[in-house]
Design a protein around this ligand. Sequence first.
Ligand code: NAG
Ligand code: NAG
Length: 359
Amino acid sequence: MTSSRLKSSRVAVLLLGGVSVVVILMYLHLASEVAQLHTSMLPGAAMSYQQQITQVGGAGGALDLNNLVVIYNRVPKTGSTSFIGLAYDLCARNKFNVIHLNTTKNTPTLSLTDQYMEIFSQMRFVYNISNWIEKKPGIYHGHLAYLDFNRFGVSRQPIYINMIRKPLDRLVSYYYFVRYGDDLRPNHIRRRMGDKMTLDECVAMEHSDCSTTHLWIQVPFFCGHHAECWVPGSNWALEQAKHNLIHKYLLVGVTEEMGDFVAMLEYTLPRIFKGAYDLYLSGVKSHLRKTVKKVLPSPSTIAKLQNTKVWRLENEFYNFALDHFHFLRKKTLVEAELGGHLVDRGQKFAYEKIKPKRI
Ligand SMILES: *[C@@H]1O[C@H](CO)[C@@H](O)[C@H](O)[C@H]1NC(C)=O
Ligand SMILES: *[C@@H]1O[C@H](CO)[C@@H](O)[C@H](O)[C@H]1NC(C)=O
C-alpha cells in the first residue's frame, strides 16, 4: 500500500513538474514576443525620420504611409505636366506608383465636361483605387473635379493635392495652347489648330471661344460633382470650393510659386516626394512644356474679361488659395543662410510625461 501511494505521488510530482516546464516555456516565448513588439513599435534613435515613418505602417488602422493614395486632380494649363514629371522621375527611386487617369473621351483637348464623371464611373473609380493594393502607395493624376470618397462609404480618404494659377494667365495659355500646341508634342493636332484669331480679336467679337465659361475652371475643379458647381459665376460654388480647399486638400500650391510648393510637399509627404525639391531646382523638368505661341492680351481685353462676375469669383478663389498657401509656407519653410535654399523648420512637437512606464 505504501509503495503504491509513493508511486502515485511520484507520478503527481512528475506531472506537476512537466506542467510547470510547459508553463515556463510558454511564458518565456510570450515575453520575447512582447519584447519584439516593443522594439518594432519604438524604433531606436539610430533610425532616420524616413525609416521611422514607414514603420508606422505595421499596426492595423494606423496611418499607413506604404498604403498612401494621393490624388492630384490637375487643372489644365497650370504647369501640371512639369509638376507630375517630378513624380515620374522619383517613382522608381522612392518606390511608389504614378498613374494617369484619362477622362478624355474623343476630343483631342479637354472640354469642360471631361472633369465631370457620372455617378457610375465615380463609384467604380472610388472602388478601384481604394482596393488596388498593388498600386499603393501611389499618386493618381488627371483632369477630374474633386470627388468626395466618403459619399461612397469609403472609410479612408485619399490625400488630395493641387496647384492653381492666376485665372487670366491660365486662360491666355489655354487659348493659345489649343491653337498652336506646345513643344512637348509639336505634331499633335489640337482642337483649334490653324485658327489664327488672337484673344484680343476673340474678345472684341464676343466669340464663344473666349466666353466667360472658359474662365470658370478652377472653382468647379475644387467645388466638385454637384450640379451647382457647373453654373458659371455661382457664389455657392465658390464657397464650396473654398471649403474643400481648406478641409479636403492637404496642400494647394500656385503655379507662380511652384518651387515652394514642391519643397513643402517634400517635407510634408517625404514617402513620395523625397528629393523632389532638388530635382525641381536642377531644372530638368521645370520648363518641360511651353505653349508655342502666345500673344499677350491688350489692356482693354484684360479690362473686359475682368469686368465679369465669373472672373471676379475665380480671382477671389485664387487669392484665397494664395493667402492660405503663403500662411502655410511661412509656418513651414525658412530660407537657409546660403543660397536661399528652402528648408523645413523642423518638428514642432515632442512627447513627454508618458505614463505608466511599464504595463
Ligand atoms: C485618352 O483617351 C482618349 C480616348 O480613348 C484618347 O484619344 C487619348 O489620346 C487619351 N489621352 C492620353 C493622354 O493618353
Ligand atoms: C483597377 O483597374 C485596373 C485597370 O482597369 C485593373 O487592372 C485593376 O485590377 C483594378 N483593381 C481593382 C482592385 O479593381
